[in-house]
Design a binder for this molecule. Structure first.
Ligand SMILES: NC(=O)c1ccc[n+]([C@@H]2O[C@H](COP(=O)([O-])OP(=O)(O)OC[C@H]3O[C@@H](n4cnc5c(N)ncnc54)[C@H](O)[C@@H]3O)[C@@H](O)[C@H]2O)c1
Length: 377
């Protein structure tokens, strides 16, 4: 059998997305098991998606000899331990964003997978979103000349599960949840140049009662090739998910709106089933999407990952990608705390989660003053 047998850890939002994506590539992959701790959830998920085996403990799934690749769709704080356990069990890993909470965890995850001889793949679907891929192909062809500015934004009304709002479990707010995609996007779009500095402004404008996390952030990234990335993240925009890019060079520019720009501008007095992720209503004017998973690139991402497992393709998003993004996130939170630009490399050691550097600027200052920009503790 040449298709790759996949086990999904987690059984809610992103797990549904991965199961749907794999169903779209039956010649390459098949989900054979799911694990989730809440009683009945894994079994319900398995029934819904036609998956043969369901477990309540992910370690049982890791002992399942049929599983070759695990997809980790559990909360952020669990990514590191599950990855290391999966690697020890000899399974390849697809880890959802963000890679983990600390740079030490990132190193340990990369190390564990390398030692076990398994792949650590980082699930950044924007590298596969057809519209964004077209923009990158044009940029790489030279359509815009030398690209000097890439803007990327994602805005919605806030996450669906409680744990995202609890910074101890998530590691931070909108920057951690959404910013990881945008930082990865700008870096990938520009050809993966080193990030040389990060400047960020963060605030909690709307959701103070619910979270200590940032719900609105603006981040400027400088790259070693002189280009700039501008990243906007918000948990404060009702009306459904909004995800877009703007690309500027000395010979041209392009704009892409991933969801509304691909939607059917629609009016309905009575409403209908589903418009787009995070849309609270389908009455009145709405922007229903079609082929939502495909527009994001999820099936294309999973097809690439399973082909990597079979040695047919080389990963374009791996543990190192996730680590690059996490380092920039630490710099972003430190910058927002200090109110100034932070240069990279930035490798604070012993910090539990990125948001701590925003909440405790003295901590960020100590890490900078110890010469950690470019060095270790
Ligand atoms: N790529 C994307 O666009 C994208 C989108 C959404 C979420 N995500 C990421 O996916 C991950 C999951 O997010 P979500 O939206 O699915 O969250 P969710 O709250 O909808 O689902 C989390 C799942 O993890 C399970 N879980 C909790 N503890 C567990 C444990 N010890 N072992 C196994 N499973 C456990 C929960 O029971 C639940 O099924 C997060 O890291 C998130 O950032 C990525």
């Amino acid at each position: 059998m040449s298709h790759v047998r996949i086990g999904i850890i987690g059984s809610r939002f992103q797990a549904d997305c991965i199961a749907g994506a794999v169903k779209a590539i039956p010649e390459d992959g098949e989900v054979v098991a799911v694990a989730s701790p809440t009683k009945g959830h894994a079994a319900d998920f398995a029934k819904r998606h036609g998956i043969p085996r369901a477990y309540t403990d992910y370690r049982e799934l890791l002992r399942d000899t049929a599983v070759e690749l695990v997809s980790i769709t559990a909360p952020n704080r669990l990514h590191a331990q599950i990855t290391i356990d999966a690697a020890t069990a000899g399974k390849h890993v697809v880890c959802e964003k963000p890679l983990c909470l600390t740079l030490e965890e990132a190193d340990a995850m990369i190390d564990a997978c390398r030692k076990a001889g398994v792949l650590l793949l980082y699930a950044e679907e924007l590298f596969f979103a057809p519209k964004y891929l077209k923009a990158k192909q044009m940029a790489d062809e030279g359509a815009f000349g030398r690209v000097h500015l890439v803007k990327q934004g994602e805005k919605h009304s806030g996450p669906h599960s409680d744990w995202f709002w609890d910074v101890a479990q998530s590691g931070g707010g909108a920057a951690m949840d959404l910013g990881c995609h945008r930082i990865a996007f700008c870096w990938w779009f520009l050809g993966k140049p080193n990030i040389t500095s990060v400047y960020s402004h963060m605030a909690t404008h709307v959701h103070r009662a619910r979270t200590e996390g940032d719900d609105e952030t603006l981040t400027i990234l400088e790259f070693e090739n002189g280009a700039v990335g501008v990243v906007e993240n918000s948990w404060n925009r009702p009306g459904g998910m909004d995800d877009g890019i703007e690309v500027f060079g000395d010979k041209g520019q392009t704009y892409a709106d991933l969801l509304m720009g691909n939607a059917l501008p629609t009016y309905s007095d009575v409403g209908f089933g589903y418009a787009v992720e995070k849309a609270a209503t389908t009455r009145g004017w709405t922007y229903p999407v079609f082929e939502e998973h495909w527009n994001y690139g999820f099936p294309q991402e999973m097809r690439h990952f399973v082909r990597c497992v079979r040695g047919k393709e080389t990963p374009i998003a791996d543990g190192q990608t996730g680590r690059v993004v996490l380092e920039a996130l630490y710099a972003a939170y430190a910058s927002a705390g200090l109110g100034r630009k932070v240069t990279l490399p930035f490798r604070p050691q012993g910090v539990t989660k990125p948001i701590d550097l925003w909440k405790a600027p003295d901590l960020a200052a100590r890490h900078l003053s110890r010469g950690l920009q470019g060095g270790n503790a």
